[in-house]
Structure formats: C-alpha cells, structure tokens
Design a protein around this ligand. Structure first.
Ligand code: HEM
Ligand SMILES: *[C@@H]1O[C@H](CO)[C@@H](O)[C@H](O)[C@H]1NC(C)=O
Ligand SMILES: *[C@@H]1O[C@H](CO)[C@@H](O)[C@H](O)[C@H]1NC(C)=O
Length: 613
C-alpha cells in the first residue's frame, strides 16, 4: 500500500512541480505587467489592479460614440481635477502623462531641452511614412531631412509658387459650389468631400506643380455639369415635395487611382489612431490587397514626380548654365525645390546626389500627408464655426468687400496677388480663431530624454507626455496652479514679461476673432505719438493657442496652412453666405482620422450678389 502511494507521488512529482512553477511565473508576470505609477501624479481609481490599465475603460468610452479617446482623457482629467495626470493607455508600458496647461506646455516646448519628439508619433505614422523627420527625435537624421525642405516655407516660395497653385484649386471649388448652390435651392449639403478634395488638390499642386494632372475636385464639377434636366429634377425635387432641411446628395466622379491611393492610405492611418496597438494594427492592415495596391501606386507616382523634376532641372541647367545656388525661376513646385536642394547639398558634401533615395521619397510624400488632412479638417471646423456665428461671418464679408474694392466694383473674385498681399487684420483674426478652436490635433507629444520634473513631480527618463491643445486654459478655464510648482524657466519668463495674457474664462469658448486684435500700440501723427483705442492690429500672440505646437518641433508647414486658409476662406466668404444649417446637421461630434474631424459638416449656401450692395 505504502509502495503504491510512494509510486503515486513519484508519478505526480513532476506535474505538481510544473504547476507550482507555472503559477509562480504567472504571478511574477502579472506583477511585472501591472501598471507602475509614477509616485504622486494623479491617476484613475483602481487602474493599478488591471494589467491593461486604462485601456478597457478608454475603449469602452469611445466605442460607438462621438467621443474620441483624447476627449475621454480630457474628461477624466476634469474628474481627477488635476492639470497633470498619468494614464496607462499603452499596453504593458509605462504611464503616459497628460498635461493641460498652456504656460507649462509652452515652457516645455520652447525652453526645456529635456523634452523631444516621442516614439508615440512613430507608432502612428511610422508605417505610412517610414523614416520621415516628423517622428524622429531631433538628431542628425532629422536635421538632414529638414535641410532638404529648407526654404519651402519662405515668403517668396509661398507667394510665388504655392499661392497660385492653391488659388487655382480653390477656384474649382468655388465653381463647383456655384453649381451646387443653384441645384440645392437653399437645401443643405455635405461639405466634407469637397473640402477634402480641394485640400488635396491644393497640397498636390504645391508639391508637384499646378499641372499635376490628378485633380480630385474637377471631375466632380464635370459630373454636375453633365447632368440633364431629369437628373436635376431628381436631385432637387419639386417644390411641392421638397423639404428645405433635407440635405441634397450630389453624384460624384470615380476618383483617379492616384487620388484613391492617397485617400486609402490616409484613411488607414486614421484607423490606427486611437488603437492601443498602433504598429500592430498598421502591420495587419498593410496585408490587405487594397493597402498593398495603394502603396504601390503611391510609390510609383512619387517616383515619377521626382524623375520629372530631375529631368526638368537638367534641361534648365544645360540651357541657362546657371550656377547652383542662384535664384531659380524654373522651380515651380516643392519637388523641384527639393531636387535642387539635394543637388546643392551633394555638391557641398562632395558626394553624388541621390534624387530617388528613401529619404527623398518619404519627405516628398510627407508634404502631401502633412498638408492634406490637417488643412481639410481645419477648414471643415471653420465652416461650421462661420455658419453658426453669423455676426463675425457678415463682418468678415463686409471687411473683405472694403479691402478688395476693385474686385467688388468689377464684380469678380479678388486675385491671388490681392489676397496674399493685402493686409486685413480681421481676416487674420478669423483664421487664427478658426485654428484656435478647431482641435485638428488635440494633443502634442513629447518624451523625456533625461530624468526631469513637471509641476513639481519627478518624471523619469523615457516618459511620454501628451499636452492638450484644446483643454483647460485654452478652451475652458485653467486649472489653478501654484506658481512655485512651475519650472524655473516658466517662472522667470513671467517675471520678464514673456507671458501671454490668459483668456477671460467668460468668453474663452466663444468664437470671437476680436480676441486677436489689439490697439495699434502707437501711431505717429505729426510727430506726436498717441495711443488709439481702435483695436485694429492683428496679434497672433494675444493669448494661449497651441494648434501648431511650438518651438523647434512645432509644425513645419504652419505658414502654408495659414496661406491655404487665407485663400479658401476668402474665396468662400466672398462668394457665399454660409447660412445656418438644421440642428440635426450641426452637431460638434468628432470622428477620428489622422486628425480629429467633424462628424458632420453641412453648408447651406446663398450666392453673394456683389452688384446688389
Ligand atoms: C493647416 C493645418 C495644420 C495643422 C493644424 C498642423 C498641426 C501640426 C501639429 C500640431 C504638429 C506637431 C507640433 C508639435 O509637436 O509641436 C505639426 C507638425 C508638423 N507639421 Fe503640421 N499642421 C498643419 C499643416 C501642415 C502642412 C501644410 C504641412 C506640410 C506641408 C505640415 C507639416 C508638418 C511637419 C513636417 C511636422 C513635424 C515637424 C517636426 O516634427 O519637426 N503641417 N503640425
Ligand atoms: C488639373 O489638371 C490639369 C492637367 O490635366 C491641369 O492643367 C490643371 O491645372 C489641374 N488643376 C486644376 C485645379 O484644375
Ligand atoms: C467652433 O468650432 C469648434 C470646433 O472646431 C467647437 O468646439 C466650438 O464649439 C465652435 N464654437 C462656436 C461658438 O461655434
């Protein structure tokens, strides 16, 4: 009997040992995997008991709602009532800090050397733009990439090359909307696709030149122009059956493969955004035939445009014998400029130019990706704000009519030259206010390169921090922060007067372009300096705003963004009254793409009759 028990135990020794070991290892893994908070910084209740941290709650809050994950984070911060919190939103990783305070953010972006671009942006965009400078730390590679793009945002390049190209695309939108306004007969229609395509046309024309043949907007205009009376009757309905608030849905052309490829790739990044496992999600999507095809088409057209630019440059240099570095009137697009830069840089470094390198390819496509959805989304939000705020809209229109009086009396659109060179502070203010309110990028990312401190808390090296662009102090009243908790440089800046006045909490969320206007500080009249009361000067530093980030790693394409908004908003408001839309089409719900877009953006247009008033 005893023998059998002994044998029995003998048989089971190994399995029992294994079970205990496995249980112990699992216990250790769980301990290792459980969230490890940074001491002192507020966090959501209970979160340290779950291996997945805040992820389940975040996914639950954003599934099937109009709420984005950044809005959820922002809301949780208000619950925790702290300008800085930590969240476990990356699986099995250290916490991500969230900061909601303009002054401290400005200090970190502009003055604190221990913060650089984070790896999180690479998680989002590394698949689509491998090696692009926007998701690299500020290292020699970043600098080398930026040298290729140098001067693309110079005033002369923007005015002479970019502005005409953008204006040309914008004019197609105006023609399209004239036709749509007529057909819609006061009914609303969605502006989403039209703005999305016109922004793509604008940035493609900037990148590849005005002759770039894959226009996205024009084919839709052609479709409408080709409608017969019957189609039109079906679209707009008879007046008897017509419901004024029912949106009209217009037919659209099938876009060209090149356009579809770009849109598919952009959309794929949108799906990655907000997923806790961004890199993995991209890898999986990359396997689909649709995305594989899109990548192939994209690579082919980028390469073709680079080749075209190189051929173009060779012909020019042979003809003109002009020396490298001289002003080059042949440069008509961003790729032209970039191949010329590469030629100059190669000469300087004593190497052969590499016009078709991975760097050239990704930085070229990066111009399209960087400039497309950002601009489109901002204009969509702007159209909503203008439709919902008739007073500033009307004021902008009358100021434009005064400023472009020649265009008004000649009953035409202001020319591109008039738009870019006429100083109109109220137009600047409207654009700034659209940027301030639009939340296109709801957060900025940085990562600590050494141990450091934020608002008095110790922050270990490697910690990622997101800084809200639409949170307290920017779009709602600020958290109160003890001055002594702020960094030395932040305190010093305030003492030296390097400080933006806070917005008044009472009107911080009102669409109020005037907030960006200040009295012209002093004007000299007959040698006497006098202070005027009139607020008639634009001041982009009048108060907190972070829509383009700040500092060394702030938005590279900011000036192009301003230019695109200037041209599009001017032409739209010049040509159309944006009437209020029905309530159920006017919500401010969001949907996630590369950027945070409005779920609905409808317009109800009335053509402005310039000869009448
Ligand atoms: C029009 C609206 C635009 C908005 C709202 C916008 C917003 C932003 C934001 C928030 C950042 C991050 C800044 C930071 O981390 O401090 C950024 C970076 C960047 N943007 Fe834009 N952007 C716009 C247009 C453009 C355009 C037109 C281009 C290119 C032609 C562009 C190219 C870039 C690049 C290359 C970076 C990365 C810079 C770096 O990391 O060094 N953006 N943008
Ligand atoms: C559209 O494509 C043609 C070439 O096919 C080009 O000449 C034109 O400038 C493009 N842009 C616009 C906005 O129409
Ligand atoms: C303006 O638009 C933003 C989104 O871009 C929205 O949050 C805000 O409520 C709007 N404000 C007004 C006053 O229409």
């Amino acid at each position: 009997m005893q023998d059998t028990i002994a044998a029995y135990l003998e048989n089971w020794r190994l399995p029992i040992f294994l079970i205990i070991t496995v249980a112990f290892v699992l216990y250790l893994v769980r301990l290792w995997a459980l969230p490890k908070p940074i001491p002192g910084i507020p966090l959501r209740h209970d979160v340290t008991r779950h291996v997945l941290g805040d992820i389940p709650a975040m996914l639950k809050a954003t599934a099937n709602t109009d709420q984005t994950y950044m809005q959820w984070i922002q809301q949780e911060m208000l619950v925790l009532d702290s300008p800085i919190v930590q969240m476990f939103i990356r699986p099995l990783s250290r916490p991500v800090l969230i900061l909601a305070d303009f002054r401290e953010t400005q200090d970190i972006l502009m003055r604190r050397k221990e913060w650089d671009r984070s790896e999180m942006l690479g998680d989002l965009l590394g698949g689509l733009l491998p090696g692009h400078h926007l998701h690299q730390p500020t290292n020699p590679a970043w600098k080398a990439h930026r040298r290729l793009l140098q001067d693309l945002m110079s005033r002369s390049f923007l005015h002479e090359v970019a502005a005409p190209a953008v204006y040309n695309s914008a004019s197609v939108l105006i023609n399209l909307w004239e036709v749509k306004a007529k057909l819609a007969r006061n009914r609303p229609f969605s502006a989403h696709n039209d703005i999305y395509t016109v922004a793509l046309d604008g940035v493609q024309a900037f990148a590849f030149g005005e002759e770039f043949e894959y226009n996205a907007t024009k084919p839709n205009l052609k479709v409408l122009e080709g409608l017969d009376a019957q189609d039109i009757a079906r679209l707009s309905g008879t007046s008897a059956t017509e419901n004024e608030d029912e949106p009209v849905v217009f037919p659209e052309a099938k876009p060209h493969d090149v356009v579809t490829a770009t849109l598919d790739l952009t959309e794929a990044v949108g799906k990655v955004q907000g997923s806790p496992l961004m890199r993995l999600t991209w890898k999986i999507m990359e396997l689909t035939p649709r995305l594989r095809r899109a990548k192939k088409i994209k690579d082919a057209y980028i390469l073709r445009e680079l080749k075209r630019a190189v051929d173009h440059m060779k012909v020019e240099y042979e003809q003109s014998q002009s020396r490298v570095g001289e002003s080059s009137p042949w440069v008509r697009s961003a790729v032209d400029h970039m191949v010329q830069r590469e030629k100059q840089l190669a000469q300087k470094d004593g190497r052969d130019p590499e016009y078709f390198s991975a760097t050239m390819m990704v930085e070229t496509f990066g111009v399209v990706i960087g400039g497309h959805e950002t601009t489109s989304t901002t204009i969509l939000w702007g159209l909503k704000n203008l439709s919902d705020n008739q007073v500033p809209q009307t004021q902008l229109r009358s100021i434009l009519q005064v400023s472009f009086s020649a265009a008004k009396s000649e009953n035409r659109n202001p020319s591109v030259g008039e738009i870019t060179t006429t100083s109109i502070p109220y137009l600047d203010a409207v654009i700034e206010e659209i940027f301030r309110q639009s939340g296109t990028s709801p957060a900025l990312d940085r990562q600590a390169t050494t141990d450091t401190q934020v608002l008095g808390y110790h922050v270990p090296k490697g910690t990622i921090m997101l800084m809200l662009t639409q949170g307290p102090s920017l779009r709602s009243s600020a958290f109160e922060i003890d001055e002594a908790r702020r960094s030395q440089s932040c305190q010093a800046a305030k003492q030296d007067g390097r400080y933006r006045t806070e917005w008044d909490p009472l009107d911080i969320d009102v669409f109020k372009p005037e907030r960006w206007l200040v009295p012209a500080s002093s004007t000299s009249v007959l040698g006497v300096t006098e202070k005027r009361d009139l607020k008639d000067q634009f001041d982009g530093g009048a108060g907190p705003m972070l829509s383009f980030g700040l500092g060394m790693r702030g938005c590279f394409g900011r000036k192009l963004g301003y230019l695109e908004l200037r041209i599009l908003i001017t032409l739209i408001v010049w040509n159309f009254e944006l009437l209020p839309c029905p309530k159920d089409l006017s919500g401010y719900g969001c949907k996630m793409g590369v950027t945070t877009k409005p779920k609905d953006c409808y317009v109800r247009l009335r053509k402005v009759d310039l000869s009448r008033n």
